[in-house]
Ligand binder design. Structure first.
Ligand SMILES: [Zn+2]
Length: 344
């Protein structure tokens, strides 16, 4: 009897290990442990044995039953695990999915470059509101109402009542110079600041004009600040920004908030001054305006007239980016076409 139990058990375990399907294992369970199985017949027959035989065979039969059950369960677990592993299988040779990464807008890149260069020269960065009072945008920088200088900039007015009190209208700032007096009212010279920011002009757009663009303003105020200081800083800045030695040239010009005022050119970044089509053979490129801060501006900030000197200069960020990256139309910057911005 014991031999028979052992034989059934061994045969069952060998068959279980050979089987690769869970349904097939279920059949084996019925065959070996089911009601009609040979093994069950043996268990049923135990009651006909004498006490001594019962003691010998009983525990062995139960142990064999348990061994078969354990083998069945272990095999089912193993098979299930194999199925899971197959599902999770990774094809390391499959081509990867291309992830689209975000990136900085060219204007942001240029602005950060400029900020880095100026802060390395000890400048601080100042900021002001884009919706600005008429006072800070115009009156404070020496452009009172009826001043012809107001016609130089076509303005988006937010509010402009007839007969309003002086400087109480509201505009979208037309220039970052609006931040000059704001800053001076809360800071005492000497200081040197840069003011990057978005400005707005109510004008028709074309390849070189936008209604919304960015300006960059530098303002240096102290007791002995001269045009020579401006020239040095401008040459240092442009040489660093374009990565080559560039000269700056001043031409007399007029801006209401400076006296004297200049327009300034830099040596052509393309030909280095020899003359080419980008500089119309002149060797120079127009970049922006500058000048010594008008004493009326200091007065508007609450400084004593004649006590301080300073220079201010400004240029368009888009223009600088266009020169650096050789972009031919300013409207690309805010056109929203990612095929353009993706190139930077
Ligand atoms: Zn040139």
């Amino acid at each position: 009897m014991l031999e028979k139990i052992k034989k059934i058990k061994n045969e069952a375990i060998v068959n279980i290990l050979k089987t690769d399907s869970i349904a097939e294992l279920e059949n084996l369970r019925i065959n070996y442990l089911g009601k009609k199985s040979e093994f069950n017949q043996i268990l049923k027959g135990l009651k006909d044995l004498n006490e001594e035989e019962k003691k010998a065979v009983g525990p062995e039969a139960n142990k064999a039953k348990k061994d078969i059950q354990d083998a069945l369960e272990k095999r089912i677990d193993d098979l299930e695990e194999m199925v899971d592993t197959e599902k999770e299988w990774i094809d390391v040779t499959a081509p990867g999915k291309k992830i689209k990464r975000g990136h900085l807008h060219p204007i942001t890149i240029v602005q950060r470059d400029i900020e880095d260069i100026f802060t390395s020269m000890g400048f601080e960065i100042a900021d002001g509101p884009e919706v600005e009072s008429e006072f800070y945008n115009f009156d404070a920088v020496n452009v009172p109402e009826e001043h012809p200088g107001r016609d130089m900039q076509d303005t988006f007015w937010i509010s402009k009542e007839e007969g309003r009190e002086k400087g109480t209208g509201t505009v979208l700032r037309t220039q970052t110079s609006s931040v000059q007096v704001r800053y001076m009212q809360t800071h005492k010279p000497p200081f040197r600041i840069i003011i990057p920011g978005r400005v707005f002009r109510q004008e028709a757009t074309d390849a070189s004009h936008e209604h919304t663009f960015h300006q960059f303003e530098a303002l240096v105020v102290g007791k002995k600040v001269s045009v020579a200081n401006f020239l040095y800083i401008a040459e240092t800045f442009f040489s660093q920004f374009f990565g080559k030695k560039l000269n700056v040239r001043l031409r007399p010009s007029y801006f209401p908030f400076v006296e004297p005022g200049f327009e300034f050119d830099i040596s052509c970044t393309n030909c280095g001054g020899k003359g080419c089509s980008s500089c119309k053979q002149t060797g120079w490129l127009e970049v922006g305006g500058a000048g010594m801060v008008h004493q009326n501006v200091f007065e508007a900030a609450g400084y004593e007239k004649g006590k301080y000197q300073g220079f201010a200069w400004g240029f368009g960020l888009e223009r600088l980016a266009m020169m650096k990256y050789k972009i031919d139309d300013i409207r690309h910057f805010h056109g929203g076409d990612v095929r353009f911005t993706r190139q930077f």
